[in-house]
Write a protein that binds this ligand. Sequence first.
Ligand code: ARG
Length: 272
Amino acid sequence: MTELAWGRRYLMCPPEHFGVLYEINPWMHREVRVDRDKARTQWDGLVACLEAAGAEVEVMESHPDLPDLVFTANAGIVDGRTFIPARFRHPERQGETAWDIAWFTERGYEVVGLPSGVSHEGAGDALPFGGVLVSGYRFRSDAASHAYLSRLTGAAVRSVELADERLYHLDITFCPLDDRRAMVAPVGWDVYGQRVMEALVPEPLVLTDDEAFAFCANSVVVGTTVVMPVCPPRVGRQLETWGFDVVVCEVDEFLKAGGGCRCLTLALDVTL
Ligand code: ARG
């Protein structure tokens, strides 16, 4: 296997102000209480797992009015020293953008924007694989954003239409593992998207519907370590047969907001 060329540096944001304060995906229910201490313990645990696997973690300060800021995957798309901030679908998350832009600007990134009126939720809906940028659309990102992304990054973009509201971001349906392999959840894609992904991924680990809805694909890959929110034995056996080490990192406080391990991280070492 040839390991992924990215995935050793991440941006994360601690859950001091995390909560389910609104409902913008089917997993979020305001009446479900988040245990902030437990969330903090789980978040620290994720940082520890990533570092133990050899990754570096950079931390962004949390903000009292932005409960979903912990899900840094949605901040935007990183391409070398360029940052393309997200344009969030829902007003509830739009306040995050100024905060994200400030972080990247202070660190010397060039910030280039998508046109207003075109939604795209960052790495949550865009993951590099096989020399292209795979991008999901429908629930959070607009199909039209893909042509702009291609123009801004120079990367070829493969568009995949998401088909199930519960799998509302690409990173809940797709997890690149190495240059040939990826976990895939076809239940989350329309028929055309399924064909695109069949053609793109030479050796897929096809998740069952139950595995997909349990957020198996929302995992973080650091070299040959796969850090997962859950791992059914069947999936673990396949990953281990392929030479990966599986680490399960409990993040159920964050699943209450519809996010797992991948959603809590933004890879900073991506060049498209
Ligand atoms: N509550 C957040 C939202 O609905 C969760 C984001 C999950 N992020 C992800 N990359 N899948 O926007």
